[in-house]
Write a protein that binds this ligand. Sequence first.
Ligand code: ARG
Length: 263
Amino acid sequence: MKKILTIALCLMLALSFAACGGNTVTENPTDATEEASKLVLTMATNAEFPPYEFYDGEVVVGIDAEVAAVIAEKLGMELEIVDTAFDSIIPAIVAGKYDMGMAGMTVTEERLEEVNFSTSYAKGVQVVIVAADSDIKTVDDLFGDKNYTIGVQTGTTGDLYSTWDIEDEGLGTVSRYNKGADAVEALKVGKVDCVIIDNEPAKAFVADSENLVILDTAYAEEDYAIAVAKDNTELLEKINTALEELMADGTLQSIVDKYISAE
Ligand code: ARG
């Protein structure tokens, strides 16, 4: 009898998940009884990117985590954050493994061929981190004849742009790391000459180290948005409605202000 009940329950759950285009990943079984009636909204991220997503102990916190929590609440869903490699987020969204990808992710033409993006909720800037005594003084120096080695996080726009603009042109070498922080460690020990990464994590990484500086000139400016599978336009519309409310009523700004102090 018990078995039949379990099977029936599984079937019901599977059906309700399928109906909403979600999936059955549940990593928090303790909440299962309390939240049994709520559908799960899964968010794939890469929690190596302060202040957007990073660990506070065992918990993923940050601007994206908090904005996603408010979106889930508005959708009447339970948020589940899955931490994964940055370059596996889009393939996982395309494969329908998670509902959305939120990771300080830049909208690019190439990514738009694979996924849809929500309304943009933040701006990012690709900046260059160097050692304080580096002879790289401006972004233009990277295009000179010195053949610098550039540290990046694999699959990020910092990786893509420097690969296209510099490595493919024979002007330098790109060295790819799983985490932005690892690229910064490589810079500290002189394995790379600079790191190209988004401005907010750059500030966080440089704050920990006296000998690093961020160049005044930016490499590129971009928009962050949430990635959703192309066939899940229903979720995309719901996310956009929630985001627009969050932006209009000041919730988004108050979350940002918690993590980024105005200059
Ligand atoms: N904005 C950059 C991009 O979209 C970097 C994002 C990295 N995010 C992360 N959570 N590690 O490529």
